[in-house]
Design a protein around this ligand. Sequence first.
Ligand code: ADP
Ligand code: LRH
Length: 496
Amino acid sequence: SDTNVYLAVDLGASSGRVIGAQVVAGKLELTEVHRFANEPVHIQDSYQWDVHGLWREILTGLRMAGQQFTGIASVGVDTWGVDYVLLNRQDQFAGPVRHYRDERKNGIMERVFQTCPRDEIFAATGLQFMEINSLFQLCSAVECGDPALEIAESFLMMGDFFHWLLTGVKSLEATNASTTQMLDPRDQTWSVGLMQRCNIPQKLFCEVTVPGTKLGMIQPSVVAETGLADVPVYVPATHDTGSAVVAVPAGEFAPQRPDWCYISSGTWSLMGCELAEPKINEMCAEMNFTNEGGVYGSTRLLQNIGGLWLFQQLRRSMQRRAVERDWAEMVSMAESAQPFGILLDPDDSAFAAPTDMLDAMKEFAERTGQAAVDDEAVWYRASLEGLAIRYRVCLADLEKLVGGRIDTIHVVGGGANNEMLCQMTADACNRTVIAGPVEATAIGNVIMQMIGVGEIESVDAGRRLVQESFDVKTYRPQSPANWDTPSAKWCELTGR
Ligand code: ADP
Ligand code: LRH
């Protein structure tokens, strides 16, 4: 074909894909070239990403794309946030690539606050406090005298790591760098003072690169593996959430007073607004919202919510009990269960990395004075209802923070496939939900590449293209009043 084809490598915490995108008759057409599971592994006492396996799958996907398309204009990688690779002076792994659910950093935050107070970290970074943030992962490495830190020469986040494997060029892309909790969101420079106080070697960090930059060409060893000759890498928003928000089919980019919010719904639910400026104030700190960096210096004011992780892990729990379920089956079983049988808090720390999610949920029910039940359908339903109520609470806080009503909730990501959850979200929040596109992250990744190459001129133009190209589904609130009592109970139970 004559049109430019853009390849998005999109790695989520649960799965990865290589997607080809091209404009055909004024519409962006997506072709899913390759999809694969992202399966981390327990090794001794650590929990690690299978970076070798992921790289193998990326190469496979790129090779398949090369066979399918001519005229590949560019490639870009986006991934989940916070995790990183440390390389030694010979550019080899200085240590294992830990998963953010690895246990080593558990409880680290309180210890860090003794030398580096919470307020100061917030003032410097504007980020929601989560022990998964790279800052705290690195602090736990410092605390235990991890030899990886002694020999490390460079720090790369996951997207940067794969970009380096593709091109041989090291970079740290701004949107994912903003999830480290070591970056100043006002000018996107590293918070050197914070690193010094935490004994994190500053020399590991190069200057940040903005999305849309041409990083380099696919290097010869990768050309040999994939057949992709003369293909450049244009850096997208390498943070998956950053890419997803680029592709939300909404109004004006980074509005002063947003009347819409998004939920990027996958393993996590990232719920928030796109703003022109970060909001680093007391209310934001108290509500534990985050100011992540978006494209063109925009801000994603949002909360990281425990997401479909619970639902995913319930599926795994059933597998452990030799019962295979698919998503559609789980959703239809949830539909058959009584509403509000159990109230769950998706952000309870008991659900962060349990050996068995179903057991963890039963323990949670007992701990909070609810009757644990044996019917699996009840737990499927509860994990979706708990999420919808959590969205309602988040929306109320978000409206206070932005100082006005939010009319519309855009749901993008795999969770947009879950019609029951979309309807529950509309009901619990009493707002219109617009669901789709499901592959917003890959689309947003492609849009920044297209801007880099010069095929489209702005995020607004990219969003118009998304609106013209993809169908969305609208959900209106049907029985919002049903959610008042359970939501009040939920708040009592969780103390939120
Ligand atoms: P991540 O990027 O975090 O890996 P995704 O955005 O790919 O996550 O979303 C994956 C989730 O989407 C699954 O865990 C599942 O809950 C949900 N999902 C995907 N397809 C369907 C479907 N057909 N019906 C219901 N839920 C679905
Ligand atoms: C979602 C996500 C989220 C967080 C988490 C670690 O996939 O990127 O924004 O950073 O993963």
